[in-house]
Design a binder for this molecule. Structure first.
Ligand code: MN
Length: 471
């Protein structure tokens, strides 16, 4: 495989980099004919690449065209440390670059290197101490777990490919998805294992040799599941645990989950807790269990830095709602500052692309997804709103479909926008619309009764004072 050759060459190149906390990320993209070159051109000309290079701690952000693939692209970016990478991940450029890749239909495979030691799971602890961040292998486990719990087979397929490329063994991947039946149920677990099987077959057919890894060792003849499980559960929760309300459930938790399953030594306890925390992040309504497992993960040797690296990973690879749920749990356990925001599910109405054409008339970031039938789908980040404006000689209709926001006409109280709210904006009325300060918001919009000389007049921004007065 050409790609594999390239990975080996990259790995050898990176071996020469001295040990430090620096992160080097190499992403190989490919797309339709000519798309990769157009993408790079737009990244450079739009200034997105320059703004990424200006992020504090960015060492390089450079594109190269591989000799062996005329439609391929190699991105090498390097960051001073995890915090620098997190700054980039939290910036609007992250989403702008993703939207451009979507525009040019570029797919990618990532090889992330913290230092030359990380391809081997045996080095996890060493690497954790040196860099305080998740290994590529643990990132793979976390993302696959959350997508399993979410039931997102398309995402899981991509994540499995990436995780296997990053050195996760087949045995580890199977074990993580299998363990999760205890948290997400057999339906989700079996679906995910089916997806993994499909991915492995396709890779085998393509000549990719995945590392089978090691099976769990057989248990000793005198193994006592209840005794072992009780000890593991005590280690996890920090105190003896007794679910006396339902003794049968108490037995299942101890003897089966923390006994039979955790006794399998093809994943460490820390790996298993990263898997569990990530999966529960994708289960709405299970916040108390999520908090308990963030705490449990620490008792099993997962570092705080690793836990703090999880939300941005989940936001990038799984979804905003999952990342926000985990941020809430980290706040509860670690006391991290976090202002929760209400998210929206972009699998229903897509986020679309950065609304650059109208950005000058907006405060904050908005996204636009054109639709058939003369409709547009506009997504507003928390706090984002458009300037005061007037639609002359036409009536604008807003249909809120997700999140919470506001519509306000000049001199009148603001009207809350929630899914199902429909607003007809009278011709000539000065107004604004946008998200609530603590929620994303999506509305569909179209214009009706449009006269020949219809126009939009953009006016002054809605000041912070005007916006925060709204209730
Ligand atoms: Mn309007």
């Amino acid at each position: 495989m050409k790609l594999h050759k390239a990975i080996v060459v990259l790995a050898l190149m990176i071996m020469a980099i001295p040990l430090n906390a620096q992160l080097s990320i190499n992403i190989r993209y490919t797309g339709p004919k000519g798309a990769a070159k157009k993408y790079v051109k737009e990244m450079e000309q739009s200034g997105i690449a320059a703004r990424i290079r200006a992020v504090e701690g960015c060492i390089r952000y450079d594109y190269f065209f591989p000799a062996d693939d005329p439609d391929g692209l190699l991105l090498i970016d390097e960051w001073a440390d995890q915090a620098a990478l997190d700054r980039y991940h939290a910036s609007p450029m992250m989403k702008e670059a993703a939207a451009l890749r979507e525009k040019y239909k570029l797919g990618g495979r990532q090889i992330r290197m913290f230092n030359p030691l990380v391809r081997n799971p045996q080095n996890d602890n060493k690497q954790q101490t040196m860099n305080n961040a998740l290994t590529p292998r643990r990132q793979g486990l976390a993302v696959m777990a959350a997508l399993e719990a979410k039931g997102d087979q398309t995402g899981l397929e991509k994540a499995a490919v990436e995780a296997l490329d990053n050195g996760l063994t087949v045995s580890e991947a199977k074990e993580a998805l299998s363990q999760l039946y205890a948290y997400t149920g057999f339906p989700r677990s079996l679906n995910a294992l089916g997806t993994l099987q499909k991915v492995l077959s396709a890779r085998q057919a393509a000549g990719i040799k995945d590392n089978p890894g090691q099976d769990a060792d057989p248990l000793p003849a005198d193994y006592d599941a209840l005794k072992q499980g009780t000890a593991v559960q005590t280690q996890l929760t920090g105190k003896p645990f007794d679910y006396g309300f339902v003794p049968a459930t108490d037995y299942y938790l101890k003897a089966h989950l923390f006994g039979d399953i955790f006794a399998r030594n093809n994943l460490s306890f820390a790996d298993r807790e990263i898997v569990t925390v990530s999966a529960i992040s994708a289960l709405p309504g299970c916040e108390p269990q999520l908090i308990a497992h963030v705490s449990g993960a620490r008792n099993m040797g997962v570092s705080d830095a690793e836990l703090r690296a999880l939300p941005s990973l989940l936001e990038e690879k799984v979804g905003l709602a999952e990342a926000e749920r985990l941020r809430g749990a980290l706040k509860a356990v670690l006391g991290d500052a976090h202002t929760p925001v209400q998210t929206v599910d972009f699998s229903v109405w897509p986020m679309g692309q950065p609304n650059t054409a109208y950005a000058q008339y907006f405060t904050g970031n908005s996204y636009l997804a054109p639709m058939d039938g003369g409709l547009a789908n506009v997504t507003f980040e928390p706090g984002c709103r458009n300037n005061w404006h007037i639609h002359h000689k036409q009536v604008q209709v807003l249909i809120c479909v997700a999140g919470r926001g506001w519509y306000q006409e000049w001199g009148k109280p603001a009207v809350p926008l929630v899914p199902g709210t429909i607003i007809e904006i009278p011709e000539g009325a000065k107004h604004w619309h946008g998200a609530a300060a603590d929620s994303w918001m999506q509305h569909l919009t179209y214009h009706k009764d449009v006269q020949a000389d219809a126009s939009n007049e953009w006016l002054e921004p809605v000041s912070d004072e005007q916006y925060h007065r709204v209730k």
